[in-house]
Design a protein around this ligand. Sequence first.
Ligand SMILES: [Zn+2]
Length: 115
Amino acid sequence: MPNKHFCQGPTCHERTTSDRFLKSRGVIRGRYAYCDMDQQNWYSDSDKYFCSQSCKMSWLSVNMENIEHGRPIEFIRHRRESGGYEKTTEEHEGWGGRTYTRSEIKRVDNRTEID
Ligand SMILES: [Zn+2]
């Protein structure tokens, strides 16, 4: 297990990117943060807590109101998952008779978050 926090992004474990998708179980998993916990002199210490700028920004929009009102914010210490996804690959014909494939990760049932 890497010496990293899990990404604190509120919806990190719901974004359908192929690096988050675990095919064997059909789940989307949250990422690790971008930087090691003990990494020094990095551009921004907040990169120890988030995998990407978009996760950082969505954490801010979800949690600023909690900070304003002094409400505690849960620190995420386990890998979050959301279930019920499947990768589909479609073939279609393009110009000059060449075949292209397009893959998409889709939610296939109504199960709620495993978390
Ligand atoms: Zn993230």
